[in-house]
Design a protein around this ligand. Sequence first.
Ligand SMILES: Cc1cc2nc3c(=O)[nH]c(=O)nc-3n(C[C@H](O)[C@H](O)[C@H](O)COP(=O)(O)OP(=O)(O)OC[C@H]3O[C@@H](n4cnc5c(N)ncnc54)[C@H](O)[C@@H]3O)c2cc1C
Length: 368
Amino acid sequence: MNIAIMGSGLSGLSCAITLEKHGIKPTIFENRNRVGDRFVNGEATFSFLNRPIKDELKYLKEKFDILLTPIDTVNKLVVHSENEVGSIDGNIGYINIRGRHENSYECQLEKQVTSKIIFNSTHEYEQLCKEFDRVVLATGDGEYASKLGNYKSDLTCTIKGKTVTGDFLTSITHVWINYKVIPKGYAWLIPFSEKEANLVIAYPDYPSNIKLDINEMWDTFYKMACKKLDQNLVVTDSFEITRYMMGICNKPIIENTYFVGNCFGSMSPGLGFGQIAAILTGVYAAYDICGLGKYEELTKPLFENYNHALVFRRFLENLSDNEIDVIIKNLDNKYLDNVINQLFSNKRQLDFMEGLVPIMKLWNSFKK
Ligand SMILES: Cc1cc2nc3c(=O)[nH]c(=O)nc-3n(C[C@H](O)[C@H](O)[C@H](O)COP(=O)(O)OP(=O)(O)OC[C@H]3O[C@@H](n4cnc5c(N)ncnc54)[C@H](O)[C@@H]3O)c2cc1C
């Protein structure tokens, strides 16, 4: 069977690895000149967002023979609100590197692929559809799915990030939810070495936000982050993404085309995590092609996770800074601390997000 994979990112390469394991060699088309041709970026995966999976990397290795080495495990997630700071401790997930770095996840996956990757590709999707039996769309955004009328966009976001140097522990990540500084959005710090980290702000492009000056917002946040971390972080690189689409396809497969990764809708609208779902969609598309499962069935839990994450986003947006302060303060409450840490741990399988969905929905309709 003749298979084209359009895009050599996380989903496209995971699809190729799985096809090869089952005796099919796809042709991979990449429009850039190498795998991972984008800014170097520290990213994270948190196990509680991928339930029923407990430990995502162990799962990918044991179930699909996909090997990924992170930079470190996350042992502490520090959450900052306007006036409080709290933390979730324990084995929460992993941090990893992306982009133009030899240890980025996409470069690690490339080493596990033997099929040909055609770089600087100018092939159009329509052309691939005619020339190949199956096309796997893995271009990293919802644009093709939108063009094909197969995408529901729930929001777009503006993201501004910088690489900063300072002193970091690679097992500790930080997140800020402070609507006075970043309305309806959030910010994070993910270290990718003991000296380098990404400091990023992201907010939805709602009408009330569009008029805001992103540089002013960044400067205010940057000063706040330096103060909170008690460091003079030095900026060495930067990136900005406008109108980053968060949505999901209506159908994961149409005729001979599979929508995988962000073309499927792997990016969670809650906190913007998408790596594990991207890899899973690539593997599941390969399973379908090899006759080992039905893509529509295999992706059902991912649709569900997406919908839960959307409820979670609306819930967060409906909170005031004061209400967020109360939640963050209680993360370290001596009676709740251990329970919270257990819920987030990758040693547990509890899908507490699912359990919280009815409460969050109630809150959302109350706030309407
Ligand atoms: C700033 C930022 C921070 C993020 N942080 C996190 C995080 O901390 N944790 C997390 O889990 N997720 C995070 N994500 C989301 C995660 O990176 C994505 O969900 C994931 O990479 C999607 O995988 P993919 O295979 O769909 O796309 P990608 O891995 O982006 O791969 C797409 C590939 O397709 C290629 N391509 C594009 N167009 C064409 C074309 N026409 N022809 C051929 N090739 C093409 C691209 O060059 C690229 O190589 C973040 C995203 C961003 C933007």
